[in-house]
Design a protein around this ligand. Structure first.
Ligand code: JFZ
Length: 428
């Protein structure tokens, strides 16, 4: 494959994701929706074997339940997500306060969710779905209309393409992969690509190398100089792509040397699993977002539509509660455009983020009447104002030991977290 030269004005050798205009929206937006949706969704997490036993999994069901390819292909043939409603999905994201969406265009099962020309293993050519529909195009126009960015997850690992499995034929697979990615970029103009599977578990020859990642990245930048990619595009987790992707965990401090985004499930699975009702609470989810913002990261929270394409109601409900917290009394200022403070240590009573001359102390353990919240300063600064968002209450600020004591005069403003906004001035 040949790539055009990178666009004018962007030198990727020196372009720093931390400060680049290219990543600006991503660094501001903080909160996105992940969508795991594919041929596996048709099975809804359960595979009944001929002997009557049931094997459970979600997007890994083909492999973990050892479903023969012909049976998996038969299931995909029945896949008819006729209730997929891009506007409803985008509305759920918008109501949650999520500002970008990343959907699986192709997971490890190799099944493409758009009408790719590279094979027939896709939603147009191998399903029972309305052949006139293209859910990625539908999502793109709904997202554009709502001012939400759209990105695609793409698995390098492919369980379906026979050329992937054999090192001798891998170059043929790679050529199709490049062609598929060009289709995605040219047809849907994604804002970002979220790679995965560069670590494939049945790889005898470690065939995806750092150089492969670099070559792919420069090819993509040639197609669209503004594209953002995660680090799973290559093998060297810290230097490849624009940001790191800790999965199902929140790093306990700002990560040195790279932007990062924690991806997480709402229950225990990425793809739809009908038996999984183990939902995280809105309180936990909102507090996760606050912890992440205070450590300078993004939060990519997943939904797994069912076989008809419907986002589960418990997911929609939880997302709406997070959004309602963010919309209340301007509390979203603790998240959007905010990041690590560089000024204070993370307190045990909540999370602190910073946006310009404001610190947002999101208090999850409100003190007893008259008791102070202590903020430990790790760089000198002064405080010129303090207020609780959504309440008129006074907060007394006093220099104390290694920092400040904040003493609110009343009770908490919000059960999930009450935000104290401080106006600060770093001492040079
Ligand atoms: C991958 C996928 O296998 C999974 O199905 C899901 O799509 C998730 C978001 O990404 O899983 C991973 C990828 C990387 C690691 C672990 C699981 N990792 O680096 O530890």
């Amino acid at each position: 494959p040949t790539a055009r030269e990178p666009g004018p004005g962007t030198d990727y050798a020196t372009d720093d994701p931390f400060t680049s205009a290219r990543t600006d929206w991503w660094r501001q937006d903080r909160f996105g929706m992940f969508i795991h949706f594919g041929a596996y969704s048709q099975l809804e997490g359960e595979y009944r074997r001929a002997d009557g036993t049931v094997c459970r999994d979600a997007e890994w069901i083909k492999r973990n339940c050892q479903i023969p390819m012909s049976e998996y292909e038969d299931a995909a043939q029945d896949f008819n997500p006729s209730s997929f409603d891009a506007k409803a999905v985008v509305k759920a994201a918008k109501d949650a306060g999520q500002r970008y969406i990343v959907i699986t265009s192709k997971h490890h099962d190799g099944y493409a969710m758009w009408p790719t020309k590279q094979n027939t293993w896709n939603l147009r050519d191998h399903s029972s779905f309305d052949q006139r529909r293209d859910i990625l195009a539908e999502l793109k126009s709904a997202a554009d209309a709502a001012g939400i960015k759209l990105g695609f997850y793409y698995s390098i690992w492919d369980w379906h393409d026979p050329d992937f499995a054999d090192p001798a034929t891998f170059p043929r697979y790679e050529k199709r992969m490049y062609a598929q990615l060009k289709e995605l970029v040219d047809s849907y103009h994604p804002a970002l690509l979220w790679f995965d599977g560069e670590w494939d578990a049945d790889n005898p020859t470690n065939r995806w190398s750092a150089q492969d990642g670099e070559r792919l990245q420069s090819y993509l930048h040639g197609l669209d100089p503004d594209l953002i990619t995660n680090n799973r595009v290559g093998k060297r987790r810290v230097v490849d792509g624009d940001y790191g992707t800790p999965e199902q965990e929140i790093p306990d401090a700002p990560v040195d040397g790279q932007l990062w985004e924690s991806c997480m499930t709402l229950n225990g699975h990425w793809g739809f699993a009908k038996y999984d009702q183990d939902w995280k609470s809105p309180t936990t989810l909102t507090r996760n977002l606050l912890d992440i913002a205070g450590r300078g990261g993004n939060y990519l929270l997943n939904v797994g539509p069912d076989k008809l394409g419907r986002v589960p109601q418990p997911s929609v409900d939880r997302l709406r509660e997070i959004g309602s917290w963010l919309r209340t009394s301007g509390q979203g200022r603790a998240v959007y455009g905010a990041g690590a403070t560089g000024l204070v240590d993370e307190p045990s009573w909540g999370a602190v983020s910073r946006s310009g001359d404001r610190l947002y102390a999101s208090v999850t353990s409100w003190p007893a009447a008259g008791q102070p919240l202590h903020l430990t300063a790790k760089a000198p600064f002064t405080v010129t104002g303090a207020r609780v968002l959504g309440s008129g209450q006074r907060v007394e600020v006093a220099k104390a030991g290694d920092g400040f004591d904040l003493t609110p005069s009343g009770g908490p403003a919000d059960d999930i977290a009450s935000v104290i906004e401080l106006t600060v001035k770093p001492v040079p």
